[in-house]
Design a protein around this ligand. Structure first.
Ligand code: NAD
Length: 477
């Protein structure tokens, strides 16, 4: 595996300061990473602005071909990328491979959508005195996009911003999470091989608040696209002034299982265990709150507990590992303290609840108070609650009793019930007969309430990275 590439070396040479990148599994140093200066960020912005002239001069076919080639190059280097993700994030290798596979597709979608960004024809003669004109809209690139990304999907979430930005003819500067900068850096070399103009994709590593501020304040950055915690998202929006902003933030996603699916309860429980504990629950749409109808509760909890206890804790590099260490000690301590608080506030511990090496044992709690942090905040760890409800209406009320609103899932064979949930759930995406932990990379994806502002999903992200221009031709003049 090659995680030290020319790009990283160049960044390192021009940087005075560094910080230690730790392997989350062993907590040992992987290597030092440049803590870039404000000046380096400003230089990157200048270079990005110059590269914009080259990017917007390309045809959509040329941009599409570059993204398609980048996708193929990543496919050829699938295992190398997967190992890089595992090394920096501690993500079990089978999930890291899944992330690379999704990235390959994300870039394919970007390549396709790059050819399809079309405006529309407007009938001006529908307005009094509007006749005699042909009118239409076009989309134009905006310039330099600043991307700030989180630790948990260090490759695919970078591509969710770079793919659409480059596809429409913008340039992009990525400020990756301090804890997981390697995948974004590796990507730079592959974009170069795919024929992307120099400077169109750049990575600037280092301190988030400081470098983020340079990006947000700089007049030559036209848009900030951020994925991360609601606290930082809110801060960015309050600082961004008139800049375009997209915020993809956190959640405490809920799932309801009603009594109509009684013959599928064991199957749903097994799926839901994956939704709750993939990558140790460090997923923005992790299944965190489960509401189960009283008639199917016993079977559900028994199956859920059994499937949870069969998960293998271990080295993330091993194919057999399901659960590994959480991202850092601070997270581990916070998660354990929230579990303790919930138990103190009356929750029943079904399984887990303690630390394991650098992680937390997959933890299932029942009868959790809606005031406990594991219910009302985002845990971002391997913890799930299962509360029993008497009716679908109670489940709906509980599910909506949240400051977040990203994804929600409902298992039901009752069609009116499905429509009722679909219309009344206060979230961006409703998944009927699927878990909330589901995202396909081309679907629209955005949160309500504290979960976000704006949309991703390639085509939808592109619309947020362009200017729509209206043009009218008066052919009677
Ligand atoms: P985080 O908010 O701590 O950090 C995200 C990024 O913001 C990092 O690059 C960090 O350096 C930078 N940053 C920190 N403070 C900043 C500031 N003041 N100004 C500008 N940038 C700043 O998030 P994290 O711990 O890396 O990731 C976990 C969070 O991300 C969770 O809340 C999770 O739900 C969310 N997330 C959301 C989605 C989504 O699509 N909705 C996807 C993945 C993760």
């Amino acid at each position: 595996m090659c995680y030290v590439n020319n790009y990283l070396e160049r960044l390192r040479e021009s940087s005075l300061n560094t910080y230690s990148l730790l392997d989350p599994h062993t907590r040992e140093e992987i290597r030092d990473i440049p803590d870039c200066s404000d000046i380096q960020m400003k230089e990157a912005i200048t270079k990005s602005k110059q590269a914009f002239n080259k990017m917007r001069a390309l045809t959509s076919e040329e941009r599409s071909n570059i993204l398609d080639r980048a996708s193929s190059i990543i496919a050829e280097n699938r295992e190398d990328f997967a190992q890089t993700i595992t090394l920096e994030s501690g993500k079990p290798i089978k999930f890291a491979r899944g992330e690379v596979d999704r990235t390959i597709q994300t870039l394919k979608f970007a390549s396709i959508e790059a050819r399809k960004l079309e405006g529309e024809s407007i009938r001006l003669d529908a307005a009094t005195n509007g006749g005699g004109r042909d009118a239409y809209t076009i989309y134009q690139p905006i310039g330099v996009v600043g991307a700030i990304t989180p630790f948990n999907f260090p490759l695919n979430l970078v591509v969710h911003k770079a793919g659409p930005a480059l596809g429409v003819g913008n340039t992009i500067i990525v400020k990756p999470a301090e804890k997981t900068p390697l995948s974004a850096i590796k990507l730079a070399e592959f974009f170069e091989q795919a024929g992307l103009p120099d400077g169109a994709y750049q990575v600037v590593t280092g301190d988030g608040p400081r470098l983020g501020k340079v990006l947000i304040d700089h007049p030559d950055v036209q848009k900030i696209t951020f994925t991360g915690s609601p606290q930082v998202g809110e801060h960015i929006k309050s600082q961004a002034g008139l800049k375009k902003v997209t915020l993809e933030l956190g959640s405490n996603s809920a799932l309801y299982i009603d009594e109509s699916v009684h013959n599928k309860v064991q199957e749903i429980a097994k799926k839901a265990v994956n939704g709750a504990f993939s990558y140790n629950g460090q997923v923005c749409i992790s299944t965190q709150r489960i509401y189960v109808h009283k008639d199917v509760k016993e079977e559900f909890i028994t199956s859920f507990k059994m499937a949870t206890e069969s998960l293998q804790y271990g080295d993330p590099r091993e194919d057999t590992t399901d659960i590994s260490g959480v991202i850092d000690q601070k997270s581990q301590q916070r998660i354990l303290s929230w579990i303790e608080e919930a138990i103190h506030e009356g929750a029943e511990l079904i399984t887990g609840g303690t630390m394991e090496d650098n992680g937390v044992k997959p933890t299932v709690l029942a009868n959790v108070s809606s005031r406990s942090k594991v219910a009302c905040k985002e845990v971002f760890g391997p913890v799930v609650l299962i509360n029993t409800v008497d009716s679908a209406e109670t489940a709906l009320t509980e599910m909506n009793n949240s400051e977040y609103g990203l994804n929600a899932g409902v298992f039901t064979y009752d069609l009116p019930q499905a429509f009722n949930f679909a219309h009344k759930l206060e979230v961006g995406q409703v998944l009927v007969n699927d878990l909330p932990t589901l995202r396909f990379d081309h679907m629209p994806y955005g949160g309500l309430k504290s979960s976000g502002y704006g949309y991703e999903g390639i085509k939808y992200a592109m619309r947020e990275m362009v200017h729509m221009k209206f043009i009218s031709m008066n052919y009677t003049f």
